[in-house]
Ligand binder design. Structure first.
Ligand code: ATP
Length: 199
């Protein structure tokens, strides 16, 4: 699996639709200060489900939508699509090419798509779990992240190895199942109370 293409429209400084094709090997992005290099990695993290406006260098999520220039009016929505080559089947979905899209309107309404079919953010998170690609995955190493990894608590470092070992999916499912179990236990206690009152 590898990232083949990035399409950006209305996201930060990218007002017009731009498609960036990634070839095999290393791709370097060069440009003057403030030309939008970091906005490209912000776009990748955003489409993968980043929910923190601060970590996208804004104060509210709406800040990712193109806010206009002296010559151009602001836009009403931002849209980013990542296209992955999945010929090796690393992503658990029966397609050799997988696209994921996130769209955000100024109204705050948000949409997510997998292969152009509307889905939930949860579906995107689950698709990339244990691949290293997710929002918290190790495929995006931001400035200061190496220091953070080296100096962080051993439990935090462990989560990186768990993602690489492919067990995050099972841990997440276990937590969800435990929550359901607790809810069921609570319901049982309530039912027993009601039965007690009726007897
Ligand atoms: P440096 O080399 O200094 O790190 P860079 O090439 O990484 O710079 P970015 O930080 O990606 O640049 O881009 C910053 C530019 O993006 C600024 O000019 C800023 O005005 C513009 N920008 C950020 N958000 C928006 C937005 N919502 N609408 C329009 N332009 C935006």
């Amino acid at each position: 699996m590898y990232l083949k293409r990035l399409e950006i429209q209305g996201f930060k400084s990218f007002a017009d639709k731009v498609a960036i094709e990634f070839q095999g090997g290393i791709t370097g992005v060069v440009g003057p200060n403030g030309s939008g290099k970091s906005n490209i990695s912000d776009a990748i993290r955003w489409v993968l489900g980043e929910q923190s406006a601060k970590s996208l260098r804004g104060s509210k999520m709406e800040d990712v939508i193109f806010s206009g220039t002296s010559k151009r009016r602001p836009l009403g929505f931002a849209e980013v699509t990542l296209v992955f080559d999945n010929k090796d089947g690393k992503l658990p979905i029966d397609y050799s090419e997988v696209s994921i899209t996130r769209r955000l309107f100024r109204s705050g309404e948000s949409e997510y798509y997998i292969n152009k079919t509307s889905c939930r953010l949860k579906d995107i998170r689950e698709l990339f779990m244990d691949t290293g690609v997710g929002k918290e995955g190790y495929s995006i190493i931001g400035q200061g992240r190496i220091d953070e990894i080296l100096s962080s608590k051993s439990e935090d470092r462990r989560s990186i190895f768990e993602e690489a070992a492919g067990i995050v999916k099972y841990k997440t499912r276990k937590i969800e199942a435990e929550k359901k179990l607790d809810k069921t236990k609570e319901n049982l206690v309530r039912i027993e109370d009601i039965i007690g009152e009726l007897e």
